[in-house]
Design a protein around this ligand. Sequence first.
Ligand code: PEP
Length: 256
Amino acid sequence: MARKPLMAGNWKMNNTYAEAVVLAQTISNNFDKHWTDSVDVLVCPPSIDLKPVNTVFEFDHQPIQIGAQNVYWEPKGAFTGEVSVPMLKDVHCTCSIVGHSERRGYFGETNEDVNRKVRALLDGGLYAVACVGESLSVRDEGGAEEFVCAQVRAAFAGLEPEEAGKCVVAYEPIWAIGTGRTATPEQAQDMCAAIRATLADMFGAETADEMRILYGGSMNVGNVEQLLAQPDIDGGLVGGASLKADQFVQLVKACL
Ligand code: PEP
C-alpha cells in the first residue's frame, strides 16, 4: 500500500508572535496548495502561536495542518500550565506531538504519560505523532531496537487497530536531534522497519502497512532525498530546518 508522506515542522520554543506569523506567511507565500494532493504538511508552533499561524494558513486557503508540540490528557481543570485536547481542537489542530525526547528528557514524560496523551487525543478526534528514539549510550550498548520498540508498544498500548492506524510514529534518535549528525539512511530504515514489525505484531499487518513512520534528527535539504528513499520512512519530523521557510518548503517538495 502506498502511504501518503507527511512532512512536519517542529518549531520547538522558538519565535516571538510576530516572527511566527512572518514564518507562517512566508511558508504560505511559497506553498502550492496542490502539493497536498501527494504530501500532508504539518506545522507545530508553540501553543501560544497555534491560533495566529492557523489564521495565516486558513486566510490563504492553504491546506497546511497545525499541531501542538505537547498536550495534557485531562480535558480541563486545575492543571496549571497545561493545554488540553479540546483547546487544541478549538484552534483547529489536527494532532499533537507526544513523547518528544526533549519532553521525556527535560520534563520527565514517561511512557505511561505518552500513552495517556495518545488516548486523549484519539478520544478527542485528533491524532498523535508519537516520538520514539534511543540515546547514544543505548545504541552503543546494542539495545537500540529493543528500547525503541518497547517505547512503541507503550505509546500505543490498549488501542484498537483502527485507532492506531490514525497515528504517526516519529523515529528520532536522540543523538541526531539538533546535533547536525544524521542517522545513516540504513540505520534509519532498519529502525523504521523494526517499528513497523512491532506495529504489525500489535495491530496486524494491514494497519502497520497504513501507518506513517517519520524520521527525525537533523533532516535537511542535503539528506532528505536519501532518507525518503527508504521503504519504511514516510516523511520527516524536522526541527532546525523547519524554522527557515525556504528550507521547509524544499523538504515538502522533496516528498512530491
Ligand atoms: C526534532 O526536534 O524533532 C528534530 C528532529 O530536530 P532537528 O531537526 O533540529 O534535529
